[in-house]
Design a protein. Structure first.
Length: 367
């Protein structure tokens, strides 16, 4: 592993370790785990949650807003690490625009966080919660220019070998030619493009329901998943089978009405970007479905079906190898297993002992 990816990985793991162990001694004072688990549990009928008007949640949210939100720390950490890599491993003149843009994003996140101490009102709290999502999304567009400068060695050959091993010497994209049809291609291309709305759907539902602590858990989990993908693009750059296996395909994909327009639109900002491994579409789709099962159970079947079609489309449309999807599934299960614990540790690690002990019966009476 060469220098830039090594620095990237070490920096990210150090950042996550510090968050996970932040104020662990203070956390022990919240000894009643029923309080913590009640905040991050949802029953099948979606009634066991705490609304914005619940006094306990109002106090907890107000206390949490006094500190950096976890998703803000993750975003600031990624931006700082990226700028360090640009300073050390690239000619700053080649990436000056991206470097300054990252500085502006850092200043924006810090400014909003500190202004929130002075500006009262729900409107600014809402602005802060939405602002970090936009900032995190903007980070995505940098890898198109940075990945080739940081790590120009694509690993597509290894991914192709793994796929062929799994499918007994056959490339999955070639195998899927047997079911290729313009109507199916049209449908899957539209669904594939709709991925960009899928993670935001669960965020917005929780946001407008006033379930702000659940909202923060979901946002931080999705952003952690996204940043893991982002790290993967730099360590394991790959362009995908639509470029590497094009010579093996019997015919090009074609749609009916909107296929060419949608594909050309997506290619306009992501043509031949090295964002194949792991699959961000698969990882965030799986994570969104898992989170909907925990926090928005009535929406789970619809979101799971939506996510499943997106995942299938990534291989059918020749954007990804099957191994990309398998790796994304493994990462999603690990993050979903451990990230809520990290979020709970951070949220309940109140500063200066200002936390108020809440009687367990007051929690249980609301469930």
């Amino acid at each position: 592993m060469n220098g830039p990816p090594t620095l990237f990985v070490v920096g990210c793991f150090a950042q996550f370790y510090l968050i996970f162990n932040y104020n662990q001694s203070k956390l022990s004072r919240f000894s009643d785990w029923s309080i913590r688990s009640a905040l991050f549990t949802c029953c099948p009928d979606d009634r066991r949650h705490f609304s914005r008007t619940d006094p306990m949640i109002t106090n907890l949210k107000a206390e949490y807003d006094l500190r950096f939100h976890l998703e803000e720390i993750l975003t600031l950490g990624i931006l700082v690490i990226m700028n360090m890599i640009m300073l050390i491993y690239t000619r700053i003149g080649d990436v000056a625009g991206i470097f300054m843009f990252n500085i502006l994003l850092i200043m924006l996140v810090l400014s909003v966080r500190f202004l929130h101490r002075r500006i009262e009102g729900q409107w600014f709290a809402d602005f802060r919660d939405i602002n970090i999502i936009i900032a995190g999304w903007l980070v995505y567009f940098e890898h198109h220019h940075l990945v080739p400068l940081v790590n120009p060695y694509d690993i597509d050959a290894y991914l192709i070998h793994i796929d062929r091993f799994l499918f007994l010497g056959i490339d999955p994209t070639v195998l899927l030619e047997s079911i290729t049809h313009p109507m199916l291609t049209e449908f899957l291309q539209i669904v594939y493009a709709s991925f960009y709305f899928l993670p935001f759907s669960i965020m917005l539902i929780l946001f407008f329901k006033g379930r702000r602590m659940d909202f923060h858990v979901v946002v931080s989990t999705l952003m952690l998943s996204f940043y893991i993908c982002y790290v993967g693009y730099y360590i394991f750059p790959a362009i995908g089978p639509r470029f590497t296996l094009d010579h093996l395909q019997t015919f090009p994909l074609s749609g009916v009405l909107f296929y060419d327009y949608v594909r050309d639109f997506l290619d306009g900002y992501s043509f031949m970007t090295r964002d194949c491994y792991p699959s961000g579409h698969a990882l965030l789709s799986i994570m969104t479905a898992l989170l909907s099962y925990r926090y928005l159970r009535p929406y789970f079947r619809f979101i799971a079906a939506w996510a499943g079609i997106i995942i299938f489309s990534t291989v059918y449309l020749r954007y990804h190898y099957v191994v990309d999807v398998i790796t994304s599934l493994i990462i999603a299960m690990i993050v979903f297993k451990f990230n809520p614990q990290m979020v709970q540790r951070y949220i309940f690690a109140f500063k200066n002992g200002r936390e108020e002990r809440i009687a367990p019966q007051s929690i249980n009476s609301k469930i």
